[in-house]
Design a protein around this ligand. Structure first.
Ligand code: NAG
Ligand code: NAG
Ligand code: NAG
Ligand code: NAG
Ligand code: NAG
Ligand code: NAG
Ligand code: NAG
Ligand code: NAG
Length: 415
């Protein structure tokens, strides 16, 4: 337990090694802390690395768009079960993991949806924000900031961007009908929610992501790109559009924050516990953080077909951009603009970033307001990718916990 407490902090701070001030001293103390951290970890014999990446890892707790599984069903104490391994809530040993049963590919599973009009006005980029039924506040914040009509109008009409972007929220059903009724009302008012027929829980996020592929490939195959993100993310849509527009070929794109050589977590108390019966291999295929990834529509179709033949894993990003991508012979690629690490709320950092994670509704507005100020000129230093890479995560004991991943990725590739 003590060991766990060291690596499972309940809060975190982030620091940046500011390139212009305190660079040397900041770097020294950073390295010293890292060194001390390594020694302590080694001394504890802590060979286990919390490998399902930390944006969704123990560092952060439950995100705004996520529903926590009931803790008691995860761990030991389920003595009525006849297997020795702890099982996952909703995905026990005997639960079918045949995706077809949950997606129902032949039939319409849409409960409510706006008219996307993709045939008549196809979007260049369709952004699906995976949200939860109860997260109305997060949706309001997105509608008032990066997802606002003002922003989309600017993107569509500015001669430099000139790009049609559509944004919709994707939800499942609640078991509480009061909440489901509120969703119908919300959609009547805003017309930007797609609700699909499955129970919306944290452990069903994979079902949500495959539903996304089903509905995009059936309702909006005319789009060029699809982005999946969550309702606790800030998406710098102009920066994203710039990156995807600059690709010589849209086809074959599967891009985001690449996680290399991550290993399944075998601790049943961990939120990202993966029992052997769900995934038996030592490492996951390289995959993109589920906080935000972009694909072209040809890739969406290939991933969807692969998913219907791939046994479900409850970690949606590992499943879709790792396992299904591998089956479809697609290679996910890293782009440094995507990050699952919370960013410094600084104009020059945010301007060049594509995604920022762990944004609650109040700093959603803060980021948006900062980005409106186009009067600031950023030095190359602050504007470069180095800044986001130097955002380091520290737990409350000051040790660098996320190093494992960034070290394994060199020049956007897994080593
Ligand atoms: C799984 O199903 C088998 C046979 O249907 C049954 O014997 C076993 O008890 C079940 N295991 C669990 C953990 O429910
Ligand atoms: C799907 O639709 C077909 C025909 O409309 C129907 O026969 C079938 O029962 C439906 N399947 C499910 C799982 O609802
Ligand atoms: C599926 O059903 C929903 C709700 O009844 C409806 O709005 C939508 O148009 C249907 N989709 C298709 C492809 O028929
Ligand atoms: C946007 O691009 C389209 C063609 O892709 C072009 O016809 C249109 O004039 C452009 N609009 C602006 C405002 O540049
Ligand atoms: C359903 O949600 C409403 C609104 O949050 C809440 O007041 C009510 O207690 C919930 N009902 C149940 C059965 O959980
Ligand atoms: C996922 O959704 C399906 C379909 O609604 C439901 O039967 C199942 O219980 C849900 N699983 C979890 C883990 O919530
Ligand atoms: C914008 O820049 C101009 C000239 O550099 C300056 O005079 C003005 O005060 C700035 N405005 C804001 C809001 O910072
Ligand atoms: C960023 O990295 C590049 C290449 O490693 C280096 O040349 C440049 O000086 C760095 N910029 C800053 C601000 O550290």
């Amino acid at each position: 337990m003590d060991k766990m407490r060291l690596v499972v902090p309940s809060q975190q701070v982030y620091i940046t090694t500011n390139p212009t001030t305190n660079n040397v001293r900041g770097r020294m103390s950073f390295i010293r802390r890292l060194g001390v951290g390594c020694i302590i970890l080694a001394a504890l014999g802590l060979l286990y690395v919390p490998a399902y990446h930390s944006a969704q890892g123990p560092l952060f707790g439950i995100g705004i768009g996520e529903v926590s599984p009931p803790a008691e069903t995860l761990g030991a104490g389920s003595n009525y079960l006849d297997t020795s391994v702890a099982q996952i809530s909703g995905w026990t040993f005997n639960t079918s993991r045949n995706v077809n049963l949950y997606i129902n590919p032949e039939n319409n599973t849409t409960i409510t949806s706006p008219e996307l009009s993709c045939a008549t006005s196809p979007p260049y980029l369709l952004i699906i924000v995976c949200s939860a039924v109860g997260n109305q506040k997060a949706r309001v914040a997105i509608r008032n900031t990066w997802g606002s009509e003002q922003n989309l109008y600017y993107l569509a009409t500015s001669s430099t961007v000139n790009t049609t972007v559509k944004i919709v929220f994707l939800l499942g059903e609640s078991t509480n009908d009061t909440l489901n009724a509120a969703i119908l009302d919300e959609n009547y008012e805003y017309g930007d929610i797609i609700q699909e027929k499955f129970i919306d829980t944290y452990n069903n996020l994979t079902v949500k992501s495959v539903m996304m592929l089903k509905l995009v490939t059936t309702m909006c195959p005319q789009a060029t790109f699809l982005m999946k993100t969550d309702d606790d993310m800030y998406v710098n849509v102009p920066a994203l559009v710039k990156v995807i527009r600059s690709r010589p070929n849209s086809a074959g794109t599967l891009m985001g924050s690449l996680i290399c050589n991550a290993r399944p977590i075998s601790d049943p108390k961990n939120k990202w516990y993966t029992p052997k019966y769900m995934y038996a291999e030592k490492t996951y295929p390289n995959y993109l953080s589920g906080t935000g990834y972009v694909m072209s529509l040809d890739v969406a179709l290939k991933l969807y077909k692969a998913a219907l033949k791939t046994p479900l894993l409850h970690l949606e990003d590992v499943y879709l951009t790792g396992l299904c991508a591998k089956k479809a012979k697609l290679r996910p690629v890293n782009h440094p603009g995507f990050s699952y690490i919370p960013r410094k709320l600084d104009y020059c950092v945010l301007k060049s970033a594509i995604t920022a994670h762990k944004v609650d509704s109040s700093n959603m507005y803060e980021i948006w307001n900062k980005l409106q100020n186009t009067n600031v000129s950023c030095s190359n230093a602050a504007n470069s990718d180095n800044t986001s890479k130097s955002v380091a995560l520290l737990n409350r004991h000051g040790r660098h916990v996320n190093y494992y991943f960034t070290k394994k990725r060199v020049n956007n590739r897994c080593s």
